[in-house]
Design a protein around this ligand. Structure first.
Ligand SMILES: *Cc1c(COP(=O)(O)O)cnc(C)c1O
Length: 355
């Protein structure tokens, strides 16, 4: 994919990379030399610029801080075995970003800014992509309403940005999960399918309550009966029951359609499992656990890729899993990592070269 748009670059005085090791950096704390910025004013995207990463100057009245029109994406760039830079499925995140924008009454963004801008930015800062196993450059595009006005209405101006953060390895310990029956993440008709900042804010209290009880995360259930599983924290969730891989369907608009979820569905099918996207009730999960058919449970998402669930607490029952015996989730995780690091052929065209 050639970079079509030549975005002006404000140069840095000196790279922060000198003297910094990219090995074992914590997630989301270090940022590269540059960032991309664009403003939506009078119905058009303007002033697309790549400039040194630095603080923004914002009025206290900026609309996003008050009414929450704010959306984001999470994407990863990798180096292959020849140290060539690639980005994993960025087009899917671009499409999803505009779905989120529409739901939040925000302007959509053209590929010439989101895609070409991302490619140009990552190309410029490609020395920041760690070349160690399980490391990557995390790409964070985001948009927020930027009117300086506290009246309640959709903002007329917006800011779009992309920042980059070297990270890895993202170790996610096997999780103990609380099946949540009081608080909800998403309802049909709501914004659950959008990657809206407020979905994260709204989830934090329930997660903190689960942590007080000794759990790592919540498994969200439907808002009406608290029976059908939705997502695990901010990850999509898969249950391996017999030879089936079951994940909640998208038809109610309560599930964020993860790019890792899509990739997992493809790879699980190739591994010989029958993938089902449908409603899955906790009664079915419990029955499969009792009959010995429930083999594995895991979450999927860009940050951790595949996170194993070793325990599920539902009502009075605790479901325990011996994750050392698992085959599907480790194989899936290994395959995804191998594709991303260029160790096996990318037969799906998921890796987009940064050229
Ligand atoms: C981002 C996100 C996911 C995972 O999506 P990926 O594209 O795989 O990173 C799942 N659930 C929620 C709620 C999310 O915000």
């Amino acid at each position: 994919m050639a970079v079509a748009l030549d975005i002006p670059i404000v140069p840095i005085a000196q790279s922060k990379l000198k003297g910094l090791s990219l090995e074992n950096l914590p997630f989301g704390k270090h940022f590269t030399d540059h960032m991309l910025e664009a403003d939506y004013v009078d119905g058009e995207w303007t002033s697309v610029t790549i400039r040194p990463y630095e603080a923004l100057k914002l009025e206290p009245s900026v609309a996003a801080l008050h009414y929450g029109q704010a959306i984001f994406e999470g994407i990863k760039a990798y180096k292959d075995q020849q140290a060539r830079p690639f980005i994993f499925r960025p087009h899917d995140n671009f499409v999803r970003f505009n779905i989120s924008a529409e739901r939040m009454q925000m302007p959509t963004i053209p590929a010439s800014i989101f895609m070409d801008g991302m490619l140009q930015l990552v190309k410029l800062d490609q020395d920041w992509i760690p070349a160690f196993p399980d490391h990557s450059l995390y790409i964070r595009p985001f948009m927020f309403s930027s009117d300086e006005m506290i009246g309640v209405r959709p903002s007329e101006s917006y800011k779009f940005m992309i920042i980059l953060s070297p990270t890895g390895p993202y170790y996610s310990a096997p999780m103990r999960i609380w099946v949540e029956e009081k608080y909800v993440r998403a309802v049909s008709g709501g914004v659950g399918y959008a990657k809206a900042a407020g979905n994260y804010g709204g989830a934090m209290y329930a997660t903190a309550q689960a942590k007080l009880k000794g759990y790592d995360q919540v498994l969200w259930t439907d808002p009406y009966e608290h029976k059908y599983v939705q997502e695990c924290g901010t990850m999509n969730v898969f249950f391996i029951i017999g030879n089936k891989a079951i994940t909640p369907g998208l038809e109610e608009g309560t599930i964020l359609e993860g790019v890792t979820r899509m990739s997992a569905m493809t790879l699980l099918e190739e591994m010989g499992l029958k993938v089902e996207e449908r409603k899955l009730g906790m009664d079915e999960v419990l029955a499969a656990y009792k009959s010995g058919e429930l083999r594995e449970v895991f979450g999927t998402g860009t940050a951790a890729t595949v996170s194993l669930i070793k325990e599920l607490c539902y009502k009075e029952e605790v479901l325990h899993f011996d994750i050392n015996k698992w085959e599907v989730a480790p194989a899936l995780k290994g395959k995804l990592a191998a594709i991303r690091e260029g160790k096996i052929a990318d037969t799906h065209g998921w890796m987009v070269p940064v050229v």
